[in-house]
Design a protein around this ligand. Structure first.
Ligand SMILES: Cc1cc2nc3c(=O)[nH]c(=O)nc-3n(C[C@H](O)[C@H](O)[C@H](O)COP(=O)(O)O)c2cc1C
Length: 216
């Protein structure tokens, strides 16, 4: 029987954060570590075992700059307004997230590696039922999270972002991504400054579980 070191496993699961300000933008990242983490991510589940994932890994400086510009076009008005709204309603954790997100938006091009997970979606018509889109996202997000966990266990960090998707077509043109592939996210990846991340505050567990019936 395989036994896991529960303390280590639970720490990995509870401290893998969206890392922005603590990405080490000056330290190079080896291609091999990205390969290993993507390799591990392929053990994630996919609907009908389709495994329709592809990963575009960008290290070229000019392309990172162009992606960062596209990200900012998607992010700019949204992040500033969201931070102000969070401050207004006294949501300190949210305000911190948006402050950190604004920092990332400024420095995005400096992350040594940009990773864009994509999934094949040529078979899904635009008016497909909701379950089809859930199945599509559900067939790549587990792999993305596995990739992020694998990074964390090796001393790297990342932040799952989606704001560049407002400019998905331009990013596809930049990187030659074919039309049948949907971009799902853009992750800046780097070694982290320190590795002592903490669990985040989340709602009490009994507020989100319904045993046997919604009202229970
Ligand atoms: C679907 C999705 C989209 C996200 N998009 C962005 C984004 O565009 N920019 C960003 O800085 N963070 C983005 N995030 C990261 C969240 O802000 C972050 O996960 C959340 O604040 C919780 O922080 P934690 O992961 O450290 O617990 C996204 C996360 C998810 C799951």
């Amino acid at each position: 029987m395989t036994t896991f070191d529960l303390a280590m496993t639970d720490e990995l699961l509870s401290t893998t954060r969206a890392v922005r300000k603590r990405l080490d933008l000056d330290r190079p990242v080896e291609q091999s570590v990205i390969r290993d983490c993507i390799d591990l991510s392929q053990q994630a589940p996919t609907g009908s075992n389709k495994q329709g994932w592809r990963w575009v890994v960008v290290t070229d400086v000019a392309k990172r700059q162009a992606l960062a510009d596209l990200y900012r076009q998607g992010a700019d008005s949204y992040l500033g307004e969201a931070k102000q709204a969070a401050e207004k309603r006294g949501a300190a954790q949210d305000a911190r997230v948006f402050d950190s997100a604004m920092y990332l938006a400024e420095r995005f091009q400096d992350a040594p590696v940009h990773v864009i997970p994509c999934i094949e979606a040529g078979h899904i018509p635009a008016d497909a039922p909701r379950r089809a889109w859930i199945g599509l996202g559900g067939s790549i997000f587990p792999a993305i999270w596995s990739f992020q966990l694998a990074l964390r266990s090796r001393g790297l960090g990342s932040c799952l972002t989606t704001l560049h998707l407002a400019r998905e077509a331009e990013a596809s043109a930049l990187l030659g991504i074919p039309e049948n592939m949907v971009q799902i996210a853009l992750l800046p990846v780097a070694y982290t400054k320190g590795t002592d991340f903490k669990p985040a505050k989340r709602p009490p567990i009994d507020d989100i579980i319904h045993w046997d019936h919604w009202d229970a």
